[in-house]
Design a protein around this ligand. Structure first.
Ligand SMILES: NC(=O)C1=CN([C@@H]2O[C@H](COP(=O)(O)OP(=O)(O)OC[C@H]3O[C@@H](n4cnc5c(N)ncnc54)[C@H](O)[C@@H]3O)[C@@H](O)[C@H]2O)[C@H](O)CC1
Ligand SMILES: [K+]
Length: 542
């Protein structure tokens, strides 16, 4: 599923109009019709006493005659209020009004501004609505009282769409505020008014929608928080802008779905193992991490790497941990790599790690590593002198940030995956955490391309970016996964997939997807309450 910016959407729109010769008015008509269908669908699904009587139902044995108008006795009891802005989003709203009216639903249009100010296709739709006898009003102070909004079944928000700039200005801010206060369900045309379509930032006054009907393609703001939090359910509706145009215009941001995994990333989610495979076929992972206070991190990453199907996993750890760890996971090989008093790492361990690495296919550095003297130089040695694919997490990322390693160290030839959470990302990019969160997709893409690495920017709706600028947004997972060890499990999963021959972007995207899904399964199977999830449960669900 493609995800676009407002500018990309305008380009796709123009391409369809100019190259395919589909008039803009026709796109608007399709948009409004699609939204109206969603309103009707939403209505019918939310009603307990359903009384669907499509014409000809009684004739079903002879051959069904379906009525496009989705007639429903309930429709007559409904009254929807359509909020109409002065741009094309408002134009869509006016089309919705016509189609709802034709389905037997009562509608009232509330113009944000004098309808005389509408221009172009929106003005055409204004005239069509007027000619159809649709009742309308213009926003005034009277609408600021809550009682004015009672009596409506729901609200369609067609105030502002992808052409919106900055915070909603008067009177849009007041209308949005009043609509939210009404307590009525709101269905947003394209995006909730007040949402930044590109970044997911939410204005102080922003429509809180129950459903957003995204036209043609998903908008970035709908899939990134806080935007995703005001969008409600999201449905993408085809309005006649063909999918191939997105490919033609090189849109390269996708929501992770099974189809995207298979078609774009060419990952086989079933991943059948070769009948004649042996443990060498599935790769030897070397996990470098763990320290006295964070031994569990190395253990979790190692277990996840085993569970995801790696052939062999070796954990390189400080000698002092060995007596405490030995035997916990019998399938795991342990390699004491540093004498280190108190279970700490030391710079000189780089030599023994390099020796261990010679026998391994992929590396993960970071889980529970902690910080130590000259750790930047230590990491630089491993970064530059190993040729295997590498996953870097946790303190490994902080070492890079402090040493400005990505700018100064030699670029690695093998796939390298960095898995920062927003705070680590901020340190890596030299910006603040809110700045990272403000534009997760944009920042992840730019960073991955600039430093030629695969980036996994963690958090709700994890963003995965490839060195070539491909971006994937994940939707699996839940807030219960914000728990100690969850990131270590992800590192183990990704490195285990790299071991089995997936590329950096394949392993990172598929790994994030699986990690989230395993978290869902684990929470569901245990108590049904996400809060009780432990990282270890997630690993067992893989
Ligand atoms: N290809 C498609 O996806 C289609 C989309 N359609 C719909 O068109 C809108 C985008 O329309 P556009 O006219 O470009 O912009 P808007 O309607 O979103 O708003 C522009 C309008 O509002 C004023 N304005 C801008 N920012 C603010 C603000 N902060 N406060 C107040 N007013 C603001 C601005 O001056 C303009 O007058 C898209 O979302 C779809 O819904 C087509 O209908 C079909 C094809
Ligand atoms: K809207």
């Amino acid at each position: 599923m493609y995800i676009v910016t407002a500018q990309e959407m305008r380009d796709l729109d123009q391409h369809t109009i100019q190259k395919l010769g589909i008039p803009a008015l026709s796109l608007m008509e399709s948009a409004g019709k699609a939204i109206a269908e969603e309103v009707i669908h939403w209505n019918n699904n939310s009603k307990q006493e359903q009384a669907d009587i499509p014409f000809g139902k009684s004739l079903s044995k002879v051959g069904q005659i379906r009525n496009d108008y989705t007639w429903n006795v309930q429709n007559h009891k409904q009254h929807w209020l359509i909020l109409v802005g002065k741009g094309n989003n408002g134009g869509d709203g006016l089309v919705v009004a016509r189609y709802l009216q034709d389905a037997g639903i009562q509608v009232t249009v509330l113009y944000a501004q004098d309808p005389a100010e509408l221009t172009g296709d929106a003005a055409t739709q204004r005239d069509a609505a007027q000619y159809s006898g649709i009742v309308s009003d213009i926003w005034s102070e009277q609408w600021e009282t809550e009682s004015r909004w009672q009596g409506y079944t729901g609200i369609v928000d067609a105030l502002l769409g992808t052409g919106s700039q900055g915070e909603p200005r008067a009177p849009y801010d007041a209308i949005i505020h009043a609509a939210n206060c009404s307590g009525k369900p709101i269905i947003a045309a394209d995006i909730p008014s007040g949402l930044n379509a590109d970044t997911g930032e939410v204005a102080d006054t922003c429509i809180q929608a129950s459903l957003s009907v995204s036209l043609a393609f998903l908008k970035r703001g709908l899939v990134q928080y806080p935007g995703a939090g005001v969008a409600g359910d999201v449905v993408v509706r085809n309005i006649g802008i063909p999918r191939f145009t997105a490919q033609k215009l090189a849109v390269d941001t996708h929501l992770v779905t099974e189809q995207v995994l298979e078609d774009i990333l060419e990952v086989d989610p079933e991943r059948a193992r070769a009948v004649d495979g042996h443990k060498g076929t599935y790769g030897h992972v070397l996990i470098i991490g763990g320290s006295m206070n964070m031994s569990g991190a190395g253990l979790l990453a190692s277990r996840a790497a085993l569970r995801i199907g790696s052939g062999l996993v070796t954990w390189a750890l400080p000698q002092a941990l060995l007596p405490h760890i030995a035997g916990h996971v019998p399938e795991l090989m342990l390699a004491p790599a540093v004498e280190g008093a108190e279970g700490k790492w030391e710079y000189k361990s780089a030599t023994s790690i390099l020796t261990l690495a010679e026998k391994c296919d992929v590396l993960a550095i970071g889980p529970g590593l902690g910080r130590f003297e000259q750790d930047g130089a230590w990491l630089q040695t491993l970064w530059e002198q190993t040729e295997q694919p590498l996953v870097l997490d946790a303190d490994g990322l902080n070492m890079i940030a402090e040493a400005d390693g990505l700018s100064t160290w030699q670029q690695r030839k093998a796939d390298t995956v960095l898995t920062p959470h927003p705070g680590e990302m901020a340190r890596l990019a030299g910006i603040s955490t809110p700045e990272v969160q403000r534009d997760r997709i944009g920042i992840a893409r730019e960073f991955a391309m600039k430093h030629h690495i695969t980036l996994v920017l963690k958090g709700a709706r994890t963003v995965i970016a490839s060195p070539e600028g491909q971006v994937f947004v994940n939707t699996t997972g839940h807030p219960g996964m914000a728990t100690g060890g969850s990131g270590d499990a992800l590192t183990g999963i990704i490195v285990g997939l790299l071991a089995q021959g997936l590329s950096g972007i394949q392993a990172a995207t598929f790994g994030v997807h699986l990690h989230g899904h395993a978290g869902e399964v684990a929470a569901y199977q245990r108590t049904g309450n996400p809060a009780s999830l432990l990282a270890g449960d997630l690993i067992e669900s893989l």
